[in-house]
Design a protein around this ligand. Structure first.
Ligand SMILES: O=C(O)CCC(=O)C(=O)O
Length: 270
């Protein structure tokens, strides 16, 4: 699959794309694998707070193959280039609302999240909401990026912030720029979703520094490396191309993860 120039222009302008039914034919086994990962982890999701496993697709050989899936590879390659970096991702049982936020803010490099929601979701039952255009680094001082302060800024609740809701059915895929403001409201106490994080191949020193900063973020999950051994040992040469650069820039991670283990009661939940 290759995205059209119009889809790519939409992504650059608004920061997201929605692909209804992109992995519809695979969704049964994807859900089975999702459940198997949580069952094997020993984590019991009791609905009081988010449960999260990182890196997620890496936990099972079959789920790793999503990176090789022509539609997923085509989607990511179209946006980031064929030599994109795979940077892990999380698998979640979400509980309730997620307030407005972006996944950091990268003014250097290009970072993409691909999200798989495994339950039918509407705007008011926990589907992803996005503020189109809020990812743009060339729009400075737009207070949409402070949507978490909606009540002080605009006298409205966070739920009322103008947005597009990506209402999803299992098998749909949503992709968005990490800089994009996003949230969800009204979700159940067991909303299933997992993500794949990627960035464009880094060439400049600044891009590599940004990549190393992103990699350092895995420390809060107590991870010594970005990918699992399963992901790496089962990789074909074409998948390995997406793992290599992160592997070359993760040597700072074990020390940071050791520090996190010493300071935190449990790995982060997001
Ligand atoms: O689905 C949600 O509640 C939020 C998802 C999210 O914030 C993320 O994946 O970064």
């Amino acid at each position: 699959m290759k995205l059209s120039p119009q889809q790519l222009q939409f992504f650059e302008t608004f920061g997201y794309l929605h692909f209804p039914g992109l992995v519809k034919d695979e969704v049964d086994w994807i859900i089975e694998e999702f459940e198997a990962i949580f069952a094997a982890s020993g984590q019991v999701h009791d609905g009081t707070q988010r449960s999260c496993i990182v890196p997620f697709i890496d936990q099972r050989e079959r789920l790793c193959t999503l990176l090789d899936h022509p539609s997923i590879d085509g989607l990511i390659s179209s946006i980031l280039g064929p030599d994109f970096n795979y940077l892990g991702g999380d698998g979640n049982f979400y509980t309730g609302d997620t307030r407005w936020h972006s996944d950091g803010f990268h003014s250097i490099g290009k970072y993409l999240k691909v999200a798989f929601y495994l339950d039918p979701l509407t705007s008011d039952t926990g589907s992803l909401r996005v503020i189109p255009g809020s990812h743009r680094v060339d729009v400075e001082g737009w207070s949409a990026r402070q949507a978490r302060d909606a009540s002080e800024l605009w006298g409205i609740s966070q739920q009322m912030v103008p947005h597009v809701a990506l209402e999803t059915q299992p098998g749909d895929v949503a992709a968005f720029n990490h800089n994009l403001m996003h949230a969800s409201f009204g979700g159940s106490t067991a909303r299933r979703m997992f993500t794949i994080n990627c960035c464009a191949y880094c060439h400049s020193e600044e891009e590599i520094e940004e990549l190393e900063k992103f990699v350092a973020g895995s420390a809060r999950f107590w991870k010594d490396q970005v990918h699992s051994e399963i992901m790496r040992s089962t990789a074909s040469p074409s998948r390995m191309r997406h793992l290599q650069q992160a592997m070359e820039h993760e040597s700072h991670l074990p020390a940071l993860a050791a520090k996190a283990r010493a300071e935190m009661d449990e790995p982060a939940r997001g």
